[in-house]
Design a protein around this ligand. Structure first.
Ligand code: MHO
Length: 163
């Protein structure tokens, strides 16, 4: 089995990781930080919104079982891509919506689904999601991996809390 990677930022990575872990064909997921300028960022640093990183989930998938387009569908459905530098109660650039692509085929597919969603008229505001090439990925602290699963929760309930 030759697996591939896909990387998505869609707000707090706890819930995003859960969405992808529950998807057939996903072999592994890792919460981490990407898209910033500082090496080896910690959660505390990223929380200050000064390192440039986004909270992202790196998804390892088996392309014989699930296509990248299907992962993109999970991505678009698991958050509100019209929110700028925030997601629900979580505010800051670290919660921005971003697709970090591994290769030109992923970039092409990501942009195509973004345009299709935009053209569908289903969203009331423009899509804020950036599509960019994946760069350095820094795995988050073990504490953040499978955070909700370890606690027997199915969603992060961010909408129930103030932050
Ligand atoms: N508002 C959330 C953010 C968590 S996340 C890993 C919380 O602190 O519960 O950024």
């Amino acid at each position: 089995m030759t697996t591939r990677f896909a990387t998505f930022g869609a707000g707090c990575f706890w819930g995003v990781e859960m969405a992808f872990r529950n998807t057939d064909g996903v072999v592994d997921t890792t919460c981490g930080y990407a898209g910033g300028d500082v090496p080896e960022p910690t959660y505390e640093m990223v929380c200050t919104d000064t390192t440039g990183h986004a909270e992202v989930v790196r998804v390892e998938y088996d392309p014989d079982v699930i296509g990248y387009e299907d992962l993109l569908a999970v991505f678009w459905a698991c958050h509100d891509p019209t929110q700028v530098d925030r997601q629900g109660p979580d505010v800051g650039r670290q919660y921005r919506s971003v697709i970090q692509t591994h290769g030109p085929d992923q970039a092409h597919a990501a942009l195509a689904t973004k345009q299709a969603l935009e053209a569908s008229g289903r969203l009331r505001r423009p899509i804020a999601t950036r599509v960019e090439a994946a760069g350095a990925f820094w795995p988050a602290e073990e504490y953040h991996q499978c955070y909700l699963e370890k606690r027997g929760r199915t969603s992060c309930g961010a909408h129930l809390r103030s932050a």
